[in-house]
Design a protein around this ligand. Structure first.
Ligand SMILES: [Fe+2]
Ligand SMILES: [Fe+2]
Length: 290
């Protein structure tokens, strides 16, 4: 029987470099003690090099809880994204690219996503072929997400992606680069499949929390965002998802006690205690790019 409460830890943009061995080992150990699943939402490496992925794989190999991850744009920088995925698959990481994975009654769907902008400012497929191709990439990522979500039969559907599906969680970045931080095209599948929560990264100076037009909670878990927003906590977010309760369609953030969801519930969450109260012993380098 799956547990009634599943704890999700989420983090993105760890940008592992060749010299990062052990850099987040203590953080990963804290996460493994606190959570049932670790979500990594892209930019796992700094320059998208296989050697960087090997360093990360070595650190992740010691994490004794399931890890589910997507790649980010940095992981594509050197054209070695397939090798990076394989390296992490080899140590048991569930790498999602339009794929679905279920654990303890929670379904996970993951894509990298893409950019193109938000709302009325979103780039449309009109004019030059290169513009159409650019828009097509975001459309394809949205279709991949839709197809992954369609395969999930679980009570809860959790989505991880690297780019943002909404504008709210990139607020804080320079408005000039908003169109390169995500795409509204990624939002439609979230609504259609009544997703429980969304985790992304990429916007290192963005906002930690937002919601889709229909109220689905969206969390920007970029490492730099968490460090800046919660300087007194380890740089990961921790959530509880309640399973086996059809009316409870929420995720509860552990640490700040905030509760996210579109449906009310009479469950008191004030008694929840964070098991990750001490600050991390390590930090990672902050890339100037996203
Ligand atoms: Fe990124
Ligand atoms: Fe990044």
């Amino acid at each position: 029987m799956p547990p009634n409460v599943v704890r999700l830890a989420a983090l993105a943009d760890i940008h592992y470099a060749k010299n990062s061995q052990g850099q987040l080992a203590s953080l990963f150990a804290q996460i493994a003690e606190s959570a049932d699943v670790l979500i990594l939402a892209g930019d796992l490496t700094d320059y998208g090099q296989i050697d960087e992925a090997r360093v990360l794989a070595k650190d992740l190999a010691t994490v004794k809880i399931p890890i589910v991850a997507v790649l980010g744009n940095h992981d594509f920088e050197s054209g070695q994204e397939k090798e990076i995925s394989q390296t992490l698959l080899d140590v048991g990481v569930h790498m999602l690219d339009g794929d679905a994975w279920e654990h303890h009654g929670i379904g996970f769907a993951g894509v990298r996503g893409f950019c193109g902008g938000f709302g009325r400012g979103a780039l449309g497929p009109w004019g030059e072929k290169i513009i159409k191709d650019f828009v097509h990439e975001a459309v394809q990522e949205a279709l991949k997400l839709e197809s992954a979500l369609a395969r999930l039969k679980s009570e809860h559907r959790v989505v991880l992606m690297h780019y943002s599906p909404i504008r709210a969680t990139v607020e804080g970045e320079s408005p000039e680069i908003f169109p390169f931080l995500g795409s509204s095209r990624l939002e439609e599948p979230l609504t259609r499949f009544d997703v429980t929560a969304v985790f992304h990264g990429h916007a290192h100076k963005g906002a930690p929390e937002g919601a889709t037009q229909t109220g689905i909670p969206v969390f920007n878990v970029a490492h730099a965002v968490l460090q800046a927003t919660y300087p007194d906590r380890p740089p990961f977010r921790l959530f509880e998802v309640h399973t086996g309760e059809a009316q409870d369609h929420t995720v509860t953030s552990i640490g700040d006690r905030s509760r996210w969801g579109r449906r009310s519930s009479d469950r008191a969450d004030g008694e929840q205690q964070s098991r990750s109260a001490s600050p991390p012993a390590t930090s990672t380098s902050n890339s100037t790019s996203t």
